[in-house]
Design a protein around this ligand. Structure first.
Ligand code: PA5
Length: 463
């Protein structure tokens, strides 16, 4: 039997929080038939020929990514990822979680692998500064865009491709890998026309659910990370979620508890890992939860304005920033803590300042004991205030456990979308702004603004 991450939901239960502030076991029981239906749907997705987040570990595409990464190893000093949103957050999170914190600064920490950089915004300063420091002849560029038409990504790619071509002439093509929809999107066509290397994203594996496809796995392989272990972690949890009866099913119980919580008890979901390496998992998660569950209409066409607001925080640092709000501000939150039972190595606190009892008590402990005691104490203090939290525990931070953590959040988001009866995988709300931007930037076929401002309350920049 494969190892699974720990999930403690005790501090969401009414018996532990007091008053009306928690969940009753009967609420979960009442969801049982629906949860079994969702489990059956998930099991079918796992077995399906259609590639989705639920079966990335079965997909053949990743072999091409691993082979290409192997072929390119040693040829480049810098790896530049171009994309945005679901095309970059996951990879940023993987790199930060599994690579040394000073990866880019010290060659001996990289074992011959390239430095890691990202262009994920239409920010002129970011682009200019990036091209100022990189050497085109030693840079591998990976443009990731499922649709191929995202304006920020396209603009950055055009600038970077031009920069490569000016420096390298026709050889610029050898420095580009395109990751895009396996269908016939613009980027797929452009890559074929220009003779660029292409890696496929299965058509039904959408942006924020795609990090364990070639989107995140190619960069991971280039950085020398254990791609198979990432997938094995995701597989272990998915198979358990798809097979275990709901009462023994940690994914279904945690997901249902979250859904019940946000239906009745809260509107803000805080993800607070107690590990600096996991800080970008919170950024990725914010996009996953927010973009997937925030929907105007359900699948029946009823206006529901579903969703709860995700917020990333970092333990223990944000105990000195946001915790006051979590403890005493509006009682509208659920906190999800992530803790590591073991860190990368020991950091014993030495015997110093023994004449000062206010700090001397720390000596002899490891720093990992301190950070985990802080997590436990924060959960307990919140509980005493009647505020709910839950804790995910990873035995260690390696590729297997990271893959499982990502998959937990994707599965939970999927289950919540099913319970909300919405389309979890689309994002119609972002289209209107995109269309107006296309219009402003002169893309052919896009209509002028329909609703200009009638009244103004506007203080323009003053010279
Ligand atoms: O999750 C999503 O679908 C989005 O965040 C997309 O990833 C983002 O808009 C970028 O889209 P694309 O990969 O098509 O460039």
């Amino acid at each position: 039997m494969k190892s699974l991450l720990g999930i403690d939901l005790s501090r969401m239960l009414g018996g532990n929080l007091g008053g009306d502030s928690g969940l009753a076991a009967a609420e979960l029981e009442a969801l049982a038939p629906r949860l079994e239906e969702i489990r059956t749907k998930l099991a079918a997705m796992v077995e399906s020929e259609t590639g989705t987040f639920a079966n990335t570990f079965r997909r053949p595409e990743v072999a091409a990514a691993k082979a290409l990464a192997t072929r390119l190893t040693g040829s480049f000093d810098d790896f530049l990822l171009i994309g945005i949103g679901g095309s970059t957050w996951g990879t940023i999170a993987i790199q930060a979680a599994l690579c040394h914190g000073f990866w880019n600064d010290r060659p001996e920490l990289r074992g011959g692998r390239p430095r890691f950089h990202v262009l994920d915004n239409s920010d002129p300063d970011a682009l200019r500064e990036m091209l100022h420091v990189l050497a085109p002849g030693r840079t591998l560029v990976n443009i990731v865009s499922k649709s191929g038409t995202t304006a920020e990504t396209a603009a950055n790619f055009m600038a970077v491709a031009d920069w490569l071509r000016r420096a390298l002439g026709e050889r610029w093509r050898e420095h580009v890998v395109v990751t895009t929809d396996a269908g016939q999107g613009l980027l797929q066509r452009l890559a074929v026309r220009e003779g660029l290397a292409v890696l496929d994203i299965p058509p039904k594996t959408g942006g924020r659910f795609s990090l364990l496809s070639n989107v995140g796995l190619f960069p991971a392989a280039v950085l020398g990370l254990d791609v198979d272990a990432l997938l094995a972690g995701a597989e272990a949890l998915t198979l358990d979620a798809a097979r275990a009866p709901w009462r023994e099913n940690r994914v279904l119980c945690a997901s249902a508890a979250a859904w019940l919580w946000f239906r009745r008890l809260g509107s803000v979901h805080v993800l607070m890992p107690y590990s600096r390496r996991l800080r970008y998992v919170a950024n990725w998660y914010v996009q996953l939860w927010g973009e997937s569950l925030g929907k105007r209409s359900d699948r029946q066409g009823r206006v529901v304005h579903s969703g709860s607001t995700p917020l990333g925080a970092l333990g223990a640092a944000d105990q000195h920033s946001l915790l006051q709000l979590f403890m005493e501000g509006p009682a509208d939150k659920l906190l999800t803590f992530v803790r590591l039972e073991a860190f990368q190595g020991a950091s014993p606190i030495p015997r110093m300042f023994e004449e000062d009892p206010e700090v001397a008590y720390l000596a002899g402990h490891d720093l990992s004991e301190l950070i985990n005691a802080e997590q436990e104490s924060t959960a307990e203090a919140l509980q005493a205030e009647g505020r709910g939290s839950r804790t995910l525990s990873l035995p260690a931070l390696d590729a297997y456990w990271l893959g499982q953590l990502f998959q937990f959040f994707m599965l939970e988001t999927f289950v919540n979308g099913e319970l909300l009866d919405i389309n979890t995988f689309d994002q119609p709300g972002v289209e209107a702004g995109k269309i107006l931007t296309y219009q402003r930037m002169g893309r052919p076929g896009f209509a002028p603004l329909e609703r200009p401002l009638a009244d103004r309350l506007d203080f323009p920049v003053r010279d």
